[in-house]
Write a protein that binds this ligand. Structure first.
Ligand code: F6R
Length: 260
């Protein structure tokens, strides 16, 4: 079962997770960090940037993005290559040579998954994986029906995801239909998975993911079987959880030595 931490605001969540990551990087400067795109992790990246300005050094961290659109050139401002470079690599001072994003080029697409898996394997796996959750219940771009053992591969985005991501494009039709995404099995191999979810729009899917049945119809529900998942939610995203009071009590009384 995931540890669910409910905090007042996204900034509080970001501070909590940024302190944890900065502490882990201090212990292991070569930590492997899994990074997500979308809106949810942005406050975290801003908080990590502040830690960097205060002296934290992320230059030897290796990073793996969860996914990439198929067919957008890396220089397209909404390709995840470009987003990760802009939001993560530059502000956090990562070494671009250690930052990896799946290859969404149409040419060679049939091997993009296995090439990405090999890179993750060679890095020794992901230590801390940041994920958001989509309205469809996806993590990465593993839409409903994704296999729990799936590895990095090409997926087709559901209409709702394309509508949700149209805010980054001029219209929904410009949002690519296909992506290359880490599989649920890939994500589940990360040693620690941290989910960030904020706002009332996430309340229903968060409750289904963590308190509903484990089913590939809600791909994020696979996380219920992972030994170390931390979901950090604001009050709104937590508002449909049946056991919210229990999660609060557990966190308030958590021994400090346990960390995140
Ligand atoms: C992004 C990703 C997606 C997003 C999800 C939530 O790399 O893999 O799963 O995390 O769609 O997006 P936001 O945070 O924009 O609500």
């Amino acid at each position: 079962m995931a540890e669910i931490i409910i905090v007042p605001t996204p900034a509080d969540a970001a501070a909590l997770v940024a302190d944890h990551i900065a502490g882990q990087v201090e212990r292991d400067p070569e930590l492997v960090l899994g990074v997500a795109t979308g809106s949810s992790p942005l406050p975290l990246y801003a908080a990590l940037r502040e830690r960097r300005e205060a002296g934290a050094d992320f230059s030897r961290v290796t990073a793996f993005a969860l996914d990439e659109y198929v067919g957008l050139p890396p220089e397209h401002p909404q390709s995840y290559h470009a987003v990760i470079h802009r939001e993560v690599t530059v502000p956090l001072g990562l070494d671009p040579a250690r930052v990896h994003v799946p290859d969404g080029a149409v040419e060679g697409l049939e091997t993009a998954g296995e090439r990405y898996e090999a890179l993750i394997e060679a890095a020794g796996g992901v230590d801390i994986q940041i994920v958001g959750i989509g309205a469809s219940g996806h993590i990465g771009f593993n839409e409903p029906g994704s296999g729990f053992l799936s590895r990095t591969r090409v997926k087709t985005l559901v209409r709702q995801t394309r509508i949700d991501n149209a805010r980054f494009f001029d219209s929904v039709d410009e949002v690519p239909l296909h992506c290359v995404t880490q599989g649920l099995g890939t994500i589940m191999r990360a040693r620690h998975i941290v989910m960030l979810a904020f706002g009332s729009g996430k309340a229903d899917i968060v409750a289904r993911a963590f308190e509903g049945p484990v089913t590939s119809s809600v791909p994020a529900s696979v996380l219920q079987g992972h030994p170390h998942v931390t979901a950090v939610l604001d009050e709104e995203a937590a508002s449909s959880l049946r056991f919210a009071d229990y999660y609060r009590e557990a966190f308030e009384n958590k021994p400090s030595w346990q960390g995140l």
